[in-house]
Design a protein around this ligand. Structure first.
Ligand SMILES: *Cc1c(COP(=O)(O)O)cnc(C)c1O
Length: 398
């Protein structure tokens, strides 16, 4: 037993992937059963980790999964093949590079690609031709036409270019989409922006002769939750499925739950009797209090895990033994100092104590919003660099 002991990472995110299943069920009840759900899990499942999340995402019953980078698709494909999953379709939410496309084709990943210009469609067609020749078989790639309506990053601007793309032999147009640029503004601005984009999209649809089976999809989390007229055949939900509701109006009934539970670490060393005005951290930008000697706890989090280097200047707090304590001194790469001089005498901080940076401890709570207000960022999604850098620990649903 002791030979196989593996230490848990000191600094980690605690999360409950099963909540994804609950959230998709709630979203489904809003959409009705005719609308397909595409689970957007780019950026390593919005920082939650695709490896940690994939089982729950598959079991949530979504019809599509969408990622961006091939490192993400490799994990998904491995999971699909090991578990005989073949009812979920895969879609890439960003234009593939040549190498990404080649890897996907030679390994039969069957990833559906997005195309947003005639140039790009022809570029893909040529790559597919070359691969078909070298493998000695005809390959056809399923693509979704992305229509420009406001994002300006990857959409067709001319009907004739779309029509030309429809005629390219080794591309099979199976979807048509656009992306809403104006969601997540405060109502009614979101409504105005989305209505305008929808009119442009509808106009393009009316000019194209599309097969009934071509999947039309537009809505992201915001529109899925608030605007039925954007649902079409499928919605693409990212943040809301992870329980992220940065505009409270997305989930007025409060049924969506966050998968992320806490960002935590451990007290690694306690130092007592520190003389007044002692410098702490690089460049001595902060010193201990001048009125009396201090006690500090050094905790295992640093800027390498996404904690702000100058967090001390923004008066960041952490929770230890259910009490808020201020940090002191510039953040090191893997360590941070907390001033625990004011600890309760009958509940003193001990080595190995849990430290909560974001989340609940006892009756105290530091929200992402509170943490991030100090960084001009608002939510988990906007703190992706943190989520992406911290190891994940899975906690089972109760
Ligand atoms: C990221 C993304 C989504 C999901 O957005 P959320 O706001 O997280 O729901 C949907 N569609 C496209 C094209 C995207 O890039």
């Amino acid at each position: 037993m002791i030979q196989n002991f593996v230490a848990q990472d000191a600094c980690c995110l605690e999360m409950d992937p099963e909540i994804y299943i609950h959230n998709i069920k709630e979203i489904r009840s809003l959409l009705g059963d005719k609308v397909k759900i595409c689970a957007i899990i780019k950026s390593d499942a919005y920082g939650h980790g695709i490896k940690e999340m994939i089982d729950s995402i598959v079991r949530s019953g979504v019809e599509y999964i969408s990622a961006v980078d091939n490192c993400e698709f490799r994990i998904i494909i491995k999971w699909f093949r090991e578990n005989n999953i073949n009812h979920i379709r895969l879609f890439r939410t960003a234009p593939a590079t040549k190498e990404e496309l080649i890897e996907s084709l030679i390994n039969n990943w069957d990833v559906e690609e997005v195309v947003g210009s005639l140039d790009q469609a022809q570029y893909y067609s040529k790559i597919i031709n070359d691969i078909s020749d070298s493998l000695g078989k005809d390959i056809i790639v399923k693509v979704h036409i992305n229509v420009e309506t406001a994002m300006g990053r990857m959409g067709f601007r001319k009907i004739s270019d779309i029509q030309f793309t429809q005629k390219i032999k080794n591309l099979n147009v199976i979807g048509i989409m656009t992306h809403l640029a104006g969601e997540y503004q405060v109502p009614p601005q979101d409504e105005v922006a989305t209505r305008t984009q929808m009119e442009m999209f509808q106009e393009v649809l009316s000019q194209l002769k599309l097969d009934q089976n071509v999947i039309k999809h537009v809505a992201n989390s915001g529109a899925s939750a608030t605007k039925k007229y954007t649902h079409f055949d499928m919605v693409r939900v990212g943040q809301i499925a992870f329980g992220e509701d940065n505009n409270q109006y997305l989930d007025p009934k409060g049924v969506i739950k966050p998968i992320f539970l806490k960002w935590k670490t451990i007290v690694a060393i306690i130092i007592r009797d520190i003389p007044p005005n002692s410098p702490i951290g690089y460049n001595g930008i902060q010193k201990t209090r001048s009125d009396k000697s201090s006690i500090t706890a050094t905790i295992r989090v640093g800027y390498d895990y996404g904690f702000p280097q100058y967090g001390c200047l923004n008066k960041h707090l952490v929770l230890i033994r259910g009490k808020r304590f201020p940090i002191i001194g510039k953040t090191s790469m893997n360590m941070l100092v907390v001033d625990i001089t004011d600890q309760d005498q009958d509940n003193q901080v001990q080595l190995g104590d849990e430290v909560v940076i974001i989340g609940k401890q006892g009756t105290e709570y530091i929200s992402w919003e509170e943490f991030s207000q100090k960084q001009q960022k608002k939510t988990l999604v906007q703190c992706l660099e943190i989520a992406n850098q911290c190891p994940k620990i899975i906690v089972k649903s109760k």
